[in-house]
Each structure stands twice: as structure tokens, then as C-alpha cells.
Design a protein around this ligand. Structure first.
Ligand SMILES: *Cc1c(COP(=O)(O)O)cnc(C)c1O
Length: 488
């Protein structure tokens, strides 16, 4: 059911199943695994399905191995709402917030990481091998990974985040984790450096030899791993059926989905949903000042040559190399064209599609940019209506205001994190300059707007940062080897 985005090099199978792609995400020519066929969904078959039944349905039509799925879906039982791992709220007649942060780490990464982590741990348990999971995080994937795999047998995780590039809550969610199968590394660099370091390790033959000798296999929990992407298709389909079931839209109507985007995994899920025939008009990509995706969707030119990654107040989107765009290129233009474009990116830090290709891309995507100031003013505007949103969600709300307000369609804002992960940004937006730390900001907002603080967030401030090693780009593999020697 999965094939490679840059074609096959003859050294491995050209077609593999989901579980193989989960355990071995490496594909020919540094490419990615993606769906070989995208089947059509019959909406009548799914419109009344529960969230978990919809997931089972999608696995079935994709031909994905579902032997571990029931157990994986049990991970959603720790989410706020027992019936579904997400919630909706109405902001306006044509505007709905899809809250994807009701899981243990309060960000949308839990939606995929929780069930995916169960599958991964079960696959590892069945195996006599030990698995090393490498994760590069811009702030939310790391905590979600660690939460999903802590203290599991046969599985070890290295989690790399950009030192000083996350919020305090995001950092504490990683560095206070004392599970012995987890090592947290603060990389002197930005998220792109962390992601590149990870890709390099995955392809470093000396490092891989060391792992083989010590009976480790390597895997990754970034959205380069298709095992995460598959779970990120479901909630986009579910938004549509939710609006149908509640008679908010008719079966002839299509909707817009607005996605705060960084590595493009979330938006890719919406792309697959649209390809499967779900009535999505446009997937609207909200970016921050690191607006490579905006430029690409508007001009056809992906260019990171003269760009420096900027630190913004929506740090989970501070990314220039948006990995999952590759899967879109593959489905629209084929594997040889994708290989050509991606090789250009690797060699020249840029690639460009032609005008026909751009026109095709634009039948799926539109894009908007937010500055840090835009984010602050949107947060303030909604706070005045008693709606507290996080800075990433704010970029999507700005895209809504600037875009589709008048096209008559209903809009889903994909809300990717709870405010509690970014409380100081909220107090800043409200001009509460005397509040200067995460804990005070959290309690202020919680009191003023009568919002609960989840126990997993509250408890972070009483823990030690016992799991933090600061490293430079050049000694990563040595640090990891040393750690592996101490645990194996
Ligand atoms: C990861 C993340 C994003 C970006 O999602 P991608 O799938 O990488 O595009 C946006 N907002 C938040 C809060 C995130 O954690």
C-alpha cells in the first residue's frame, strides 16, 4: 500500500505495508513512503461513524494492517472527551474551531502520536530487536513522543529540540521526563538543524553499523513516518461528517479547512482527505514569518537559499524545510519529477514548479502569512470575546479573516494547541507586561477566564529538569552512542 516518493533504488522492496514503514521509515534516494493509491470514500458509508469506527474504515480502504488498531485506539481513552479525541466549538455562523489538543500533552501531535506510539511499542515488543527512535521536534512532537513511549520495553528514544527555541512548558515536558529509555538533547541550532541532523543520522552508515552491532534498529516519530500521517487524515474527514451530522452543511456543500502549518503533516492529512473525495474546497495554509510555504503556494518557487529561520511567537511552525510537501509533489507530479525537485532543494536550496503544476497545486491549497504582531492582535481580539486561543491557532484565524469570510462556505479552523502551552504569549497580547514567567501567566489566564489548567501542565513546575544535555551539531552521534552503551 506504500511506495516511495523518489522512486525505488532496487535495493529494497518498492511496495511495503504500514508496519514496515513505521519500523523502517527510510526510503530510496532519501525520499519518503506515501500511499500508492488513494481510494475514493463513499460519504454515505461514513457519515454516521464514530471517530474510532471512521479510523477503522480508513485503515480498511487503504489496505493498512489493522491488527494492532483496536489496542492503539484505546490510547484515546485518556483524552478529555470519551466519545472522540477532539472537540468542536462554534465561533461564528461560518466558523468552527476543531480542537485537536485534548490529549495528554495538550497539542495536536497527540492525535497521531498516541495511537501510533501504541502500534510502535507493540511491534517492538513482538520483536527480539531493540528500537531506537530518533525525534527532532520544534516543541510539540517531542513531548508527545516521550509521553507515548516512556518506560516501554525494547524501545529507546532520542529527542532533539532547538535549545532556546521552544516555550518553557514545551521544554519542561521533555526535560522533566525521567524514564530511563529516554534521552533529551538540546541542540545549539534551530529546528531545521535538528531535522537535518536526524536525517543525516538515519543515513550515516557508520552510526548504523554501530546500531546493528548492538542489536538496535532505527526508526523515527517525525511526520516523515507514515504511521503518523495515517492518523492525521481521520480528523479532517471527521470535521466534514460532524458538520453534516449537525445539519450545519448540506451534502452538496464543500468546506474550507484552515491549517496552521510547519512541517506540513497536518495539512497533508487534509490533502489526502480531499483526494479521497471528501468535499473540501480549499486547504488554507496559515504560516508565520517563516513563510516559505506561502511563497511556494503563491509563486511555485520554494526558496530557502536566502532565508534565515526566524524565531516567532508560534515556534512549532518555525520551519523552512517543510518535509511533507514532498508527498504532495509526489501525488501531483509523480516520482521522477519529485526526485528532480527534491534534489534541487538538497543541492541548491531551491526548486520551482512550472505554471501548469502551480495551477494544479492551487486547486488544493491557498495560503496566508501572519506576523508576530498579527498573532498578538488576534489573540487579544478573541480574548475580548472570552475565547482564548494559542498563537498557532491565531495564524489560522487571521487567514480566515483575510480570506474566505465571504465565499459562503463554512470554515474549520484547526486548533493545534491549548493556550496553556504558550501562556506568556497570551499575557503579552493582553499587555500584561508585569507578568514575566510561564507559571504566573498560566495562573493569571486561568483565573481571569475561568479556564482549567490540565494536571499534566500544572505539575511540570514542581519537577526537576533531570533530562537535558546541551549538544552541538558535530557530536550528536557520539553522544547518542555513549548513552546507548550505558543502557544496553
Ligand atoms: C506541530 C505543530 C504545528 C505544525 O504542524 P505540521 O504538521 O508540522 O505542519 C502547528 N501548531 C502546533 C501547535 C504544532 O504543535
Amino acid at each position: 500500500m506504500l511506495i516511495e516518493t523518489r522512486g525505488n533504488d532496487g535495493l529494497r522492496d518498492a511496495h511495503i505495508g504500514l508496519y514496515e514503514a513505521i519500523l523502517k521509515p527510510i526510503a530510496s534516494f532519501n525520499g519518503l513512503w506515501s500511499l500508492d493509491k488513494i481510494p475514493y470514500i463513499n460519504i454515505d458509508d461514513i457519515k454516521d461513524l464514530s471517530y474510532n469506527d471512521l479510523t477503522r474504515y480508513v485503515f480498511k480502504i487503504l489496505g493498512a494492517d489493522s491488527s494492532l488498531l483496536d489496542e492503539a485506539l484505546m490510547s484515546y481513552e485518556t483524552f478529555d472527551n470519551l466519545n472522540a479525541p477532539l472537540e468542536f466549538s462554534k465561533l461564528d455562523d461560518d466558523l468552527f474551531l476543531q480542537k485537536l489538543y485534548t490529549g495528554p500533552t495538550r497539542a495536536f501531535k497527540d492525535m497521531a502520536m498516541q495511537p501510533f506510539g501504541r502500534i510502535l511499542c507493540n511491534l517492538a515488543k513482538q520483536d527480539s530487536k531493540k528500537y531506537l527512535i530518533l525525534t527532532a521536534t520544534s516543541g510539540d512532537t517531542g513531548p508527545a513522543t516521550l509521553e507515548a513511549i516512556k518506560n516501554q520495553p525494547n524501545i529507546y528514544a532520542i529527542c532533539m529540540y532547538p535549545n532556546n527555541g521552544t516555550s518553557d512548558v514545551q521544554r519542561l515536558q521533555m526535560t522533566t521526563n525521567d524514564a530511563s529509555n529516554i534521552k533529551v538533547l538540546a541542540l545549539n541550532g534551530d529546528f531545521d538543524d535538528a531535522q537535518s541532523a536526524l536525517k543525516k543520522l538515519l543515513n550515516d552508515s557508520e552510526f548504523r553499523d554501530f546500531l546493528t552491532k548492538n542489536n538496535f534498529s532505527i526508526s523515527a516519530t517525525n511526520s516523515v513516518n507514515f504511521g503518523r500521517i495515517i492518523f492525521q487524515i481521520i480528523y479532517h474527514i471527521y470535521s466534514y461528517t460532524y458538520l453534516l451530522r449537525h445539519n450545519i452543511i448540506k451534502s452538496t456543500e464543500s468546506i474550507n479547512i484552515i491549517v496552521p502549518s510547519g512541517n506540513f503533516g497536518n495539512a497533508l492529512g487534509a490533502f489526502y482527505a480531499k483526494k479521497m473525495g471528501v468535499k473540501i474546497n480549499k486547504i488554507i495554509i496559515a504560516t508565520n514569518a517563516n513563510s516559505v510555504l506561502f511563497d511556494f503556494i503563491k509563486t511555485g518557487k520554494y526558496n530557502i537559499l536566502n532565508r534565515k529561520l526566524l524565531k516567532t511567537n508560534s515556534p512549532a511552525m518555525d520551519i523552512l524545510k517543510s518535509s511533507n510537501m514532498e508527498r504532495v509533489l509526489f501525488h501531483l507530479y509523480g516520482s521522477s519529477r519529485t526526485k528532480e525537485l527534491m534534489e534541487n532543494l538538497d543541492l541548491h536550496k531551491t526548486y520551482e514548479i512550472n505554471s501548469d503544476e502551480l495551477m494544479e497545486l492551487n486547486t488544493y491549497f491557498d495560503a496566508y502569512v501572519s506576523s508576530d504582531d498579527d498573532v498578538l492582535s488576534i489573540i487579544k481580539e478573541y480574548a475580548q470575546k472570552n475565547v482564548i486561543i494559542d498563537p498557532h491557532t491565531a495564524t489560522a484565524l487571521l487567514a480566515y479573516k483575510n480570506s474566505s469570510k465571504n465565499d459562503g462556505r463554512k470554515n474549520i479552523i484547526v486548533s493545534t494547541a491549548e493556550w496553556s502551552k504558550f501562556a506568556p504569549t497570551i499575557t503579552k497580547a493582553l499587555h500584561l507586561d508585569s507578568i514575566n514567567n510561564d507559571k504566573d501567566a498560566l495562573h493569571y489566564i486561568s483565573n481571569k477566564f475561568a479556564l482549567p489548567i490540565h494536571k499534566n501542565i500544572e505539575s511540570l513546575f514542581n519537577k526537576n529538569e533531570c533530562n537535558k544535555t546541551i549538544i552541538n551539531n558535530d557530536n550528536i552521534s557520539d553522544v547518542i552512542k555513549e548513552w546507548l552503551k550505558t543502557i544496553s
